[in-house]
Write a protein that binds this ligand. Structure first.
Ligand code: PBG
Length: 323
């Protein structure tokens, strides 16, 4: 005899110790990466209206914040810079004393053991808000590569442990790898935002980073949301160009993509639980419409279950004591 009543799935669900014994997926604080926004100036801690509990910090305010992050056991942060001056070529992105470069030096000094990732992109630094150089209204791929490579190299020179290109130009991983190797940084890994979709879920981030495109949108370089096979091609190409780790972004509406990438490649895999995903949870929790803690833990667990090795998430600090 097989099946019910011989088999009863509920037997293993009766108590928490029993459920814990057979639990298939766990998150730990070591899986979480915390994003930080850095602005120029002094004494700044500006709350981002669309992301409750998330702030833009000036560099002098970073050590205090970073020490708190490290004390929670969070192993890594990813830094985003918001310069006070933007131009058509995003030159503040690769300036040796740019806001991110200075932030990296400061953070490395205050907490040397914390891993510092840097987002490599031009959109926060260009006056038009696009992720590359604009020529005749179109983002020029090959001219942008040189600037991305310069940006990544300047981050490594400042002391970044990992560089993470998010621009979605073709060939950027190769260009960055070559620049790092020639610059004496062949030991610095690249985390490529390999499958990054043109998503509405980045809305609150663009507000936080002041990086909304001034004309058009990002669909000529970020991926079209309906496509998953293309994601596998993007990942394959980035690994071939030298990516050490790859990322799928956003996470929640793309768990299928995450899972397929996990099955197809052995490379370490990250997921970005993006600003819009964070904002939805916060908005509903503020209204008392969902249980915030349960929701956050369920989301982070689902991202791991789908296949992520680690998760970049604005929930990292609040979730750290719970996991
Ligand atoms: C681009 C970048 C973006 C995000 C991370 N890197 C924005 C974009 O592509 O428009 C989004 C992250 C988030 O929404 O949390 N530098």
């Amino acid at each position: 005899m097989t099946g019910f009543p011989l088999l009863r799935s509920r037997r293993l669900r009766q108590t928490e110790p029993l459920r814990a014994l057979v639990r298939e997926t766990r998150i730990s604080v070591g899986d979480l990466v915390y994003p930080l926004f850095v602005v120029e100036g002094n004494g700044q801690k500006q709350e981002i209206a669309t992301m409750p509990g998330i702030f833009r910090y000036s560099i002098d305010m970073l050590p205090g914040e970073i020490e708190g992050v490290a004390k929670l056991g969070i192993p890594a942060v990813i830094l985003f810079g918001i310069p006070s001056n933007k131009d058509a070529f995003g030159s503040a992105a690769y300036h040796p004393r740019g806001v991110v470069q200075q932030a990296v030096r400061t953070v490395k000094q205050s907490v040397p053991e914390l891993l510092i990732m840097t987002d490599v992109c031009l959109c926060e630094y260009t006056s038009h808000g696009h992720c590359g150089i604009v020529v005749d209204g179109y983002v020029d791929n090959d001219q942008t590569l040189k600037l991305l490579a310069r940006t990544a190299l300047s981050h490594a020179e400042a002391g970044a442990d990992i560089v993470a290109p998010s621009d979605m130009m073709d060939g950027r991983v190769k260009a960055i790898r070559e620049a790092l190797d020639e610059g004496g940084f062949n030991h610095i890994p690249i985390l490529s935002y390999a499958a990054k979709y043109a998503s509405a879920f980045y809305g609150p981030f663009r507000e936080a980073a002041e990086s909304t495109p001034q004309f058009g949108d990002r669909r000529s370089y970020q991926m079209d949301p309906p496509n998953w096979r293309e994601a596998l091609r993007e990942v394959e190409q980035d690994i071939a160009e030298g990516a050490d780790m790859i990322m799928v972004k956003p996470a929640l509406a793309y768990l299928d993509v995450l899972h397929r990438v996990r099955n197809a490649f052995n490379c370490p895999l990250a997921a970005y639980n993006v600003s819009g995903e964070f904002a939805m949870v916060k908005a509903a929790a503020q209204r008392g419409w969902i249980d915030e803690r349960q929701t956050i833990l369920e989301i982070l667990t689902a991202i791991k279950r789908a296949g992520a090795d680690f998760i970049i998430t604005y929930h990292a600090k609040e979730a750290a004591p719970w996991v």
